[in-house]
Design a protein around this ligand. Structure first.
Ligand SMILES: Cc1cc2nc3c(=O)[nH]c(=O)nc-3n(C[C@H](O)[C@H](O)[C@H](O)COP(=O)(O)OP(=O)(O)OC[C@H]3O[C@@H](n4cnc5c(N)ncnc54)[C@H](O)[C@@H]3O)c2cc1C
Length: 470
């Protein structure tokens, strides 16, 4: 961009949000250039705009379309696929000022929120009403807008579903400058194409959410967590469908392999009281959390689940006290930071049908061994969502391994990502493995929403023109 065009762009963007809400050039801090993805180079955006209203977001987009400035929306930038990593010289629309819970509606059981609201803040606001928004990705500083962008999941998806199942409506700004409303405070809708669902998971490439209507459920007062070590990894994953089939409706059903368990308990200095003889021989653990309105019903469910797990081969069953349970869940949520601190080169989240998990995991380990790499992990076992930390410093070898692992996931009927998304980090694999007819259809949808191609170029698709990503 020439300096006259840059000055013009700066003036035009400042007219929309006010000069004090626009950062340009050297004022743009390093933090705005990346999310939490490992191995993706940060970028240097030219501008960061902090709109305060939906109208300002729409106007920013219209201006960016006119001036052909690439735009990346940013929530809390905790994403793990570089979908919030902007384009060099582009514009970041940061939702940090649009961070309010507008309403907790206790009749329709929804909350109406601005996109920049953090999940921990929404959790506090809904707790006051005995309600909860049930999408809990491991990082509670994530924003609702970012959840919409990635279709975030998390541990409770096994019972409550992912963002898709918990967002009823949106207000969204289109790249062409219009504001639309989709869905509403309604449980169902059958009015043509479902634009809410199209925008969810589109990684900020179709439209930007400026208001989100999320579903709330009653917060159940009693919960318990059971930890079951197993000698064989296959036993763990074979137990999963049986636990789900029991009708006990766990709200968390996670597996943690022995290396990951050792690492996360060490990092969080968590003593679970597991005897050394069990710890030394267990290959993996299942974590089952149950909740209920009544303590005595919960106790009966815990008893039933422990019996079931023992029948299924668990070496023992530990019912964790409240504090240990909270710490273990938190340690599991922060497994990404533990993997990063241990030097992991990538973290992936392939999803496969539950029935294929044993085969997928065996194959992923074989592939890693052949490639002289390491893979360890944990995952949302109830969803077939396998999180693997990958240790391989050589980028070429790592790429070969990831392609082989993703191909195996696809062969088994799964997908590259269950919840982290494709972003920039997995774009090449997505393009290589996805059906070309679907990619082409997605491109046409993108073109219909975003004719100027300004929204998050380089995410999902290769950039169309060289100037759309530098
Ligand atoms: C320790 C850790 C644990 C995690 N655990 C999980 C987990 O269990 N499950 C899970 O799903 N994820 C997990 N994540 C990933 C991350 O927290 C989620 O992807 C989350 O949804 C990102 O929210 P964010 O606000 O940080 O979004 P960002 O990273 O800022 O953005 C993510 C995407 O959303 C787009 N976006 C942002 N705001 C909007 C908007 N208003 N409208 C449209 N698009 C928008 C961005 O452009 C980008 O494409 C974890 C991350 C960490 C660091």
């Amino acid at each position: 961009m020439s300096s006259t065009i840059e000055t013009d762009a700066k003036v035009r963007l400042a007219e929309v949000v006010g000069a004090h809400n626009l950062l340009a050039g050297d004022e743009v801090g390093e933090d705005y250039g990346h999310d939490e993805t490992l191995q993706v180079e940060p970028a240097k955006p030219a501008y960061v705009a902090k709109p305060g209203t939906a109208e300002e977001v729409a106007e920013l987009l219209a201006t960016a379309s006119e001036l052909r400035i690439p735009v990346t929306a940013r929530g809390s930038a905790t994403g793990l696929s570089a979908a919030a990593r902007p384009v060099d010289g582009g514009l970041v629309i940061s939702f940090e000022r649009m961070n309010r819970v507008l309403e907790v509606d206790t009749v329709n059981h929804v909350a109406v929120v601005q996109p920049g609201v953090r999940l921990d803040e929404l959790d506090k606001a809904t707790a006051d009403h005995g309600l909860a928004y049930t999408v809990y990705p491991g990082e509670q500083s994530a924003s609702v807008g970012g959840n919409v962008g990635t279709n975030a999941g998390g541990m409770r998806a096994v019972k409550y579903g992912v963002t898709r199942h918990n967002v009823l409506g949106l207000q969204a700004a289109l790249p062409t400058g219009e504001l639309i409303r989709t869905g509403g405070r309604i449980a169902k809708i059958s009015n043509g194409y479902d634009l809410t669902q199209l925008i969810i998971g589109s990684e900020g490439s179709l439209a930007l959410a400026t208001e989100v209507i999320v579903k709330l459920v009653p917060r159940l007062p009693h919960s318990a967590t059971v930890l079951a070590p197993f000698r064989e990894f296959t036993e763990v994953v074979q137990a999963v469908p049986k636990v789900i089939g029991s009708g006990l409706a766990p709200h968390i059903l996670e597996y943690i392999d022995n290396l990951t368990m050792a690492a996360i308990t060490h990092t969080s200095q968590l003593e679970l009281g597991i005897p050394d003889s069990v710890r030394d021989t267990a290959q993996a653990y299942l974590v089952v959390a149950l909740e209920n309105r009544e303590q005595d019903r919960l106790d009966a469910d815990v008893q039933a689940v422990a019996e079931r797990l023992t029948e299924l081969g668990a070496m023992d069953c530990y019912v964790l006290d409240g504090s240990s349970a909270r710490k273990l869940i938190q340690a599991r949520e922060h497994a990404f930071w533990t993997a990063k601190a241990a030097g992991a080169h990538d973290v992936i989240d392939v999803v496969v049908p539950r029935s294929a998990m044993p085969e997928f995991l065996t194959k992923a380990r074989e592939l890693a061994m052949q490639n002289e790499s390491g893979v360890v992990g944990c995952g949302h076992a109830g969803d077939g969502n396998v999180h693997l930390a990958v240790f391989q410093a050589d980028p070429i070898k790592r790429q070969e391994l990831l392609l082989a692992i993703f191909s195996e996931g696809a062969r088994l009927g799964g997908a590259i990502s269950g919840e982290h998304g494709i972003g920039r980090a997995k774009r090449g694999y997505f393009q290589a493995l996805e059906d070309p007819a679907k990619i082409e259809l997605m491109r046409r949808i993108k073109q219909a929403f975003d004719p100027a191609g300004i929204l998050n170029p380089g995410v999902l698709f290769d950039p169309i023109s060289p100037e759309s990503e530098h």
